[in-house]
Design a protein around this ligand. Structure first.
Ligand code: 2BA
Length: 107
C-alpha cells in the first residue's frame, strides 16, 4: 500500500477531490500554508493500493494547472539602494510524494 501526499492549489482542490472520489479513492484534505509564499494551499492525503497510484496521480494531474504568482522581493539598484521589486514565481500544478505504508488499519 502507498500513501500519496499531494500539495495542490486551493482553487484546484475541489475539482481534484471530485475526480478522486469519482475514481473511488479515499481522500483527506488538509488546509496548509506554503513556506515560501506563505499563502494557503491544500494538502491531500490518499491511501491506496500500489497498482492504483498511477491512476491517482493522473486524477491529480488532470485537475491541477500551473500558475504564476507575483511576490514582493528586494533588489539592489543604482548606487546600492535597495528597492522592493516584484518577483515572478511559477507554482504547481501539484507537488506529489508517494511513500510506502508499513501498516494500515481501520479500527
Ligand atoms: P511554497 O513554499 O509557498 O512555494 C511556492 C513556489 O515558490 C514553489 O512552487 C516554487 O516555484 C517557489 N519556491 C519555493 N521554495 C523556493 C525556494 N527555496 N527558492 C526559490 N523558489 C522557491 P512549487 O514548487 O510548485 O510548490 C508549491 C507548494 O508545494 C509550496 O508552496 C510548498 O507548500 C509545497 N512544496 C513544494 N515542494 C516541496 C517540498 N520539496 N517539500 C515540501 N513541500 C513542498
Amino acid at each position: 500500500m502507498k500513501l500519496v501526499t499531494a500539495i495542490v492549489n486551493k482553487e484546484d482542490s475541489r475539482a481534484v477531490c471530485s475526480e478522486l472520489l469519482r475514481h473511488k479513492f479515499y481522500v483527506t484534505r488538509l488546509a496548509t500554508t506554503g513556506g515560501f509564499l506563505m499563502a494557503g494551499n491544500m494538502t491531500l492525503i490518499i491511501g491506496t493500493e500500489d497498482e492504483k497510484v498511477d491512476d491517482c496521480i493522473a486524477c491529480i494531474a488532470k485537475c491541477c494547472r500551473q500558475r504564476t504568482e507575483i511576490v514582493p522581493g528586494t533588489a539592489t539598484v543604482g548606487i546600492g539602494l535597495e528597492s522592493a521589486m516584484p518577483m515572478e514565481v511559477t507554482v504547481g500544478g501539484a507537488t506529489v510524494f508517494v511513500t510506502n505504508v508499513e501498516r494500515f488499519e481501520k479500527l
